[in-house]
Write a protein that binds this ligand. Structure first.
Ligand code: C5P
Length: 237
């Protein structure tokens, strides 16, 4: 049956399309990612529906603003009951601390389990030239490590990282730190536009705690069968 380490990305823009997918996947998937496309189209109902279905929700809105605004936004999102949420590590220490405090405080008030916060380090669409162009002083690899360390210090629970960064972050931030990696292609799937990707079992062996997988499941001729094949691939890993 389902494995909480696999998060299926619901990259659709209507509640109807989302529900169709969730119904099709049934009990083969227990954890879903709601990203900007779906949230900006369908709003909080997308999260509420998934929670009503007993699913875990990764709300990937990549929040980034001044600390006060981020704190208040994270409070509002905490009330939706998502399990994982994202913010940009480049928002800095004070912004991450404000988010970490807001999520703890709001969850305690509501007496619910605290959603975990993940910092995005450097977007994988940024290459060294683009990083320099926006003022990056160190290499991307150095900057990713620095941001992962800063995130942990600021009370953030994990990072969203490329599978290629997972090993180092795991060694640096210890066994309890969450490492969520997209860019995963099961052995049976095509790469689509992912250039740097790895298999589910390799990413887990490299230290990822959760894998975000989209098209290999959602665009498969038989999505449930694809999800089940992935579950079989990671059995025992
Ligand atoms: O379809 P695919 O498996 O490529 O989807 C992966 C999901 O992870 C998508 O929602 C995509 O936006 C997200 N993502 C990614 N690569 C990154 C960051 C996020 O594919 N570097």
């Amino acid at each position: 049956m389902a494995d909480d380490r696999i998060i299926t990305a619901l990259d659709v823009h209507s509640l109807e399309d989302m529900k169709k997918l969730v119904e099709t996947l049934g009990d083969s998937v227990s954890f879903y990612k709601v990203g900007m496309e779906l949230f900006y189209s369908a709003g909080p109902d997308a999260v509420r529906y998934l929670k009503d279905q007993g699913k875990h929700v990764f709300l990937d809105l990549k929040v980034h603003d001044i600390p006060n605004t981020v704190g208040q936004s994270i409070r509002a999102l905490t009330r939706l009951g998502a399990d994982l949420m994202t913010l940009h590590g480049t928002g800095g220490r004070a912004m991450m601390e404000a988010a970490a405090e807001a999520v703890r405080d709001e969850a305690a008030k509501l007496n619910i389990e605290r959603p975990r916060l993940l910092a995005v380090t450097v977007l994988t669409s940024i290459d060294e030239d683009a990083w320099k162009e926006i003022g990056g002083k160190y290499s991307i690899a150095e900057s990713v490590k620095n941001l992962a360390k800063l995130a942990k210090e600021a009370g953030i629970d994990g990072t969203v990282s490329s599978p290629y960064e997972a090993k180092e972050i795991r060694e640096m931030n210890g066994p309890d730190f969450l490492i969520v990696t997209p860019g995963i292609r099961p052995t049976f799937a095509v790469a689509n536009d992912q250039k740097r990707f790895t298999t589910p079992s390799q990413a887990l062996r490299d230290g990822a705690s959760h894998l975000v997988i989209g098209r290999p499941i959602t665009k498969a001729a038989d999505p449930k069968e694809a999800a089940e094949k992935i579950l079989a691939e990671i059995q025992g890993v």
